[in-house]
Design a protein. Structure first.
Length: 337
């Protein structure tokens, strides 16, 4: 998924609640695409919280009836320095990228695309998807791996059943279940948790990590604090357990976590870098490679940072036209942590 409008001046602030939940991050509506855009609810990044672990971006969408307008239609676009995680509750999305991956995103499964030094991809909901509902997350790669070659992984985790609960661990380890997904970043966690009405669940956490709980549906308290639907509850490092309790309505939530990323990052449009000049170079490379500026390959078919040319390709022919990058801001972009 492309981030069409990450502009620091539009990022909303978080609100502070009871100490059991350090912050409650409010969603904001963001349109993806043109006049018939699909609207998503964004809870990361925010002005007061750019990261949870390495997680730097979280979009939540649906359930949307997409039978009348075609659903998700995000043409080819670039990424650098990050990984995308696609999770669905309902529907199917067709993913294609320049690493050679051509795969479906299905409910209960994870598609992980690591951009590394550069990748481009597209996402279109399938023709028979009449209802679309899910989340997409990004995490930032640390300096040690952000220039790696792009990769793609798919995983369908087993369901972990409890008394009135079930969960799937997509990334990391939780409740005795461990994902084989390789993230190439400090320890991360991503899981889906479902609770029946009135059910309670206590999960052991890594106290060295920070965590976030996104409530998709139902009545939920987190460590005794109520969390509204579509909001993201933030828990700082030091928490050894997570107490979840469902009210009268069944709960579905996404739990994320990770070791705090001890590196400031700079995120603009679909790029994660470390400096304004780096992002300018990524944008220029993309524009040239798709023919929207003077086409010019670097000397000896390699960029200054060692990435091969084309950084964001090659790409199969016969696909929808790629998305050009928006203009750079008139101010110098600054890294944030």
């Amino acid at each position: 998924m492309t981030n069409l409008d990450v502009k620091p001046e539009e990022i909303v602030c978080s609100e502070t609640t009871a100490p059991a939940v350090a912050e409650l991050l409010l969603p904001r509506d963001v349109p993806l695409g043109g006049p018939r855009a699909m609207t998503v609810r964004r809870t990361l990044p925010q002005r007061q919280r750019s990261l949870i672990g390495s997680w730097c971006f979280l979009d939540h969408y649906g359930p949307d009836d997409v039978s009348g307008f075609g659903g998700m239609a995000v043409p080819r676009h670039p990424h650098t320095g990050l990984a995308t995680v696609s999770l669905l509750f309902t529907g199917e999305i067709a993913h294609r990228d320049s690493s050679g991956a051509d795969a479906l995103v299905r409910p209960g499964e994870i598609n992980l695309m690591i951009a590394g030094r550069g990748i481009s991809h597209q996402e279109f909901s399938t023709a028979d998807s009449t209802l679309l509902h899910g989340v997409q997350l990004w995490y930032a790669l640390p300096d040690a791996t952000r220039h790696m070659a792009p990769t793609f992984e798919h995983y369908a985790p087993d369901v972990v059943l409890g008394e009135g609960s079930k969960l799937r661990v997509f990334i990391g380890s939780l409740a005795g279940s461990t994902s084989p997904i390789q993230t190439h970043t400090p320890p991360l966690l991503a899981a889906e948790v479902n609770l029946q009405p009135g059910a309670r669940l206590e999960l052991a956490l890594d106290s060295g990590c920070e965590h976030g709980v996104l409530l998709d549906a139902g009545d939920l308290t987190v460590n005794g604090a109520a969390v509204p639907v579509d909001h993201l509850a933030y828990l700082p490092p030091g928490q050894r357990s997570l107490r979840l309790a469902a009210g009268t309505n069944a709960v579905r939530l996404i739990l994320i976590g990770g070791e705090p990323l001890a590196e400031p990052i700079l995120m603009w449009w679909n790029f994660v870098g470390r400096s304004h000049a780096e992002v300018v170079a990524y944008r220029a490379a993309w524009q040239r490679e798709i023919g929207h500026e003077v086409p010019a390959a670097p000397a000896e078919d390699i960029y200054d940072d060692g990435a091969p040319y084309p950084r964001f390709g090659p790409y199969p022919s016969g696909q929808p036209a790629p998305l050009p990058a928006p203009p750079m801001p008139t101010v110098t972009l600054r890294p944030r942590s």
